[in-house]
Design a protein. Structure first.
Lengths: 221, 489
């Protein structure tokens, strides 16, 4: 595509020409970047207990259901949430621990399920990468326990298992937990919503309408 | 459909000047009520959530510095983004203008044999008038954002960059949906209306294999693209199709992944008054087994690079499209978005649109402001919009200076007369004397001028003017027997 090649050059020339007097040479760029002011709050100030409380409070503000349990109680807590949902067909990411797949339900484990197969499922159970208390955000990096993106998108009901040790207070603390920049991220702050009609918040447009969270206290107490 | 008319309503090249374009809006009480209601709700939510953030000003300072740094070194960061995105399996295209961007996108769609495409809300695609072009080229584009569906089905134009259908109320939405979706028993309950949109789109998400999105941010360090949304229509479009085309202005680049911790916190609170918007999606090129396996990014210039060269104007490109400026603007509140004749309304539109048009069109927009500065105060990336407005006004005046019309324009005539009068003290005093007599003729008994003759009538059309005092300051000073020159010693 010769047209595009020349447009590329043309755009870059115009950009470089326009910023000639202010742009930094390549070698000095990292230093200039490092000198940018970053005086905002990065580390949280709350105690662990208060941080977890805040996470739960924020999630509930989004109308998400939150229950707490110990690691030992987790399989039973999952089974109880599934039973309460009144649903039967669930999808699960491929590496979800076997003891999370409660008996008595129809499980479809994601080994290359098609969209049509996922669409007929009523719910999904996944793990998470991180929780951010300040905004009540659940972060998925879409690992084998968090599932492909489509898994937490089509089913109307999402049960997310979050360990207390995964909960941080601030968004910068979440980025601090990334060893390297993740290639895929979905952050979820409450169920899908819109306010496009007269700014009236309506829960549930295209994403899951129901978000349930089990917070597993894995830090002892 | 208004799009298929000779030209779309929101094309700055054909739009009426702002003072003319506002008239129909000012005479439409329903529209003004809809706009004011929506803005009041967003403003209240934003104010509450900004107040609870103890480090708001520090976040703004950081964001402003990051965006400035990115723009000043845009050449480097654009190339880095291209390299990293390509390495991750994406294809990067460069479009110098709207026409080239449309052609690149159509070529990709043709290569995919696509006759339909689903779209995530993108103002950039409205800027290049993509939908009418695709329609004319035989590709049906389906908008998937609720507001965009309302506009597309209702053949309306966007009036806001975050909530583009805020000028439409629930009963109008009910009318549009029941007519176009064939739902006779639809009520005007927003919940039911939202549900109608969900059903309308569900099968399209599952069946149409090609999608178009915009981008909130591009991360140079990693080649990652970020889309921020609420409804999940974005996630649908980003996940289910086989091919994804992202259209992004070249100014959307952030240097590093870490910068998102600043931008995402500011954007959600500024745009919709939420601590975080319901969904943020970040993806990097192509991920085997997850989402579209063919991914294109179209980097659009379309006038942006020409803005970079000028120091004062460069800050316009720091914008992260949160719309806080239009939500707080006393002018936008009265006029809504359509009067700006551009897909970018409000204060940011008033500075962005004329510049994207290289100052050939939309010259009335820099005047569509009272210069109150509220936009600067709320801007999360600290764009000094009043400063840019003034700079653009001076450019407009310079353009007019070279035109013949200035000899007849009352404003220019008046200013030339004033320039002569102010240059000689005796001329000024004489003018003051005769002006005082003239003013007395039109001053009413209550001491106010209720209507002025000629062009002055424009001022007194909507407000009264205090009559001249019987004595001037100079007269009063002289009567006290003190010469200012003696005092100065």
């Amino acid at each position: 595509m010769s047209v595009s090649v020349s447009s590329r050059q043309q755009i870059l020339d115009r950009v470089r020409g326009g910023t000639k007097s202010v742009s930094k040479p390549k070698e000095a760029l990292a230093e200039a970047y490092a000198a940018l002011p970053r005086d905002y709050v990065r580390a949280g100030r709350l105690s662990r207990e208060a941080c977890l409380e805040l996470m739960i409070e924020r999630l509930r503000e989004y109308d998400a259901e939150v229950v707490e349990c110990t690691p030992g109680e987790l399989p039973a807590a999952i089974a109880s949430q599934l039973a309460l949902s009144g649903k039967h067909v669930f999808v699960a990411p491929p590496a979800l621990p076997a003891e999370w797949l409660a008996a008595g339900f129809d499980w479809k484990v994601d080994h290359d399920l098609t969209s049509a197969e996922i669409e007929v499922a009523e719910g999904v159970v996944t793990a998470a990468f991180c929780g951010v208390a300040d905004s009540g955000t659940i972060v998925l990096h879409h690992s084998d326990t968090e599932g492909r993106r489509v898994l937490t998108l089509l089913p109307d009901w999402h049960l997310c298992i979050l360990r207390a040790s995964q909960v941080v207070e601030t968004f910068p603390e979440y980025l601090g937990r990334c060893q390297q920049a993740p290639t895929l991220v979905t952050t979820i702050s409450g169920p899908s919503a819109t306010a496009d009609i007269e700014m009236t918040r309506i829960k549930g447009v295209h994403g899951p309408r129901f978000l349930h969270v089990i917070l597993v206290n894995d830090q002892g107490a | 459909m208004s799009h298929t008319a000779n030209h779309p309503v929101l094309d700055p090249r054909f739009a009426q000047p702002f003072p003319k374009a506002v008239l129909p809006v000012l005479r439409n009480p329903q529209l003004r009520k809809n706009v004011a209601h929506a803005i009041d709700v967003i403003q209240a939510k934003r104010a509450k959530l900004v107040a609870e953030k103890t480090d708001w000003q520090e976040l703004r300072t950081a964001a402003s510095a990051i965006r400035t740094h990115a723009l000043e070194n845009l050449g480097f960061y654009l190339e880095q983004f291209e390299e990293r995105c390509t390495a991750a399996g994406g294809t990067v295209h460069w479009a110098a203008d709207a026409e080239e961007a449309r052609k690149i996108i159509l070529d990709i769609l043709h290569a995919e044999n696509a006759s339909e495409v689903i779209k995530i809300k993108t103002m950039t695609s409205a800027e290049i008038q993509l939908n009418p072009f695709l329609e004319a080229s035989g590709v049906k584009a389906y908008e998937t954002d609720l507001a965009e569906i309302i506009l597309q089905l209702g053949e309306e134009e966007p009036s806001h960059i975050v909530v583009p259908a805020l000028h439409v109320n629930r009963s109008q939405v009910r009318e549009i949906f029941s007519r176009t979706m064939g739902l006779k028993d639809l009520s005007d309950d927003p919940k039911e209306l939202t549900n109608a949109a969900r059903n309308y789109l569900r099968q399209k998400f599952l069946k149409i294999p090609t999608a178009i999105s915009g981008a909130n941010f591009l991360v140079a360090e990693t080649g990652t693209v970020v889309v921020v949304e609420s409804e999940g229509n974005g996630r649908m479009c980003l996940t289910l199709p086989k091919t994804m085309i992202t259209l992004a202005g070249i100014e959307k680049v952030l240097p590093r992944f870490q910068d998102l911790e600043v931008m995402l916190q500011l954007l959600a609170r500024s745009a919709t008054g939420e601590r975080m918007n319901p969904y943020n999606s970040l993806w990097t090129g192509v991920t085997p087994g997850d989402g579209p396996q063919r991914f294109h990014v179209v980097l659009l210039d379309n006038g942006r690079s020409s803005i970079l060269a000028k120091k004062t104007e460069r800050q316009t490109l720091k914008c992260i499209r949160c719309a806080a400026c239009m939500n707080t603007c006393p002018v936008y509140r009265q006029t809504g978005g359509h009067a700006y004749g551009s897909v970018y309304p409000g204060p940011i539109g008033a500075i962005l649109t004329p510049q994207l048009m290289q100052m050939h069109y939309a010259q009335s927009l820099p005047y569509a402001s009272s210069l109150c500065g509220a936009c600067y105060e709320v801007c999360p990336v600290k764009i000094n919009i009043p400063e840019v407005l003034l700079e653009l006004r001076s450019q407009v005046v310079n353009q007019e200076r070279g035109k013949f019309v200035r000899f007849f324009d009352p404003m220019y005539l008046g200013l030339r007369v004033a320039s002569v009068l102010f240059s000689r003290a005796w001329l000024f005093h004489t003018a003051q004397f005769f002006g005082g007599i003239g003013a007395r003729l039109i001053t009413r008994k209550d001491g106010w001028i209720h209507s002025m003759p000629s062009v002055g009538g424009k001022w007194t059309q909507t407000r009264d003017l205090r009559g001249f005092p019987s004595q001037t300051f100079h007269g009063w000073w002289a009567a006290r027997g003190q010469q200012p020159s003696k005092e100065a010693k």
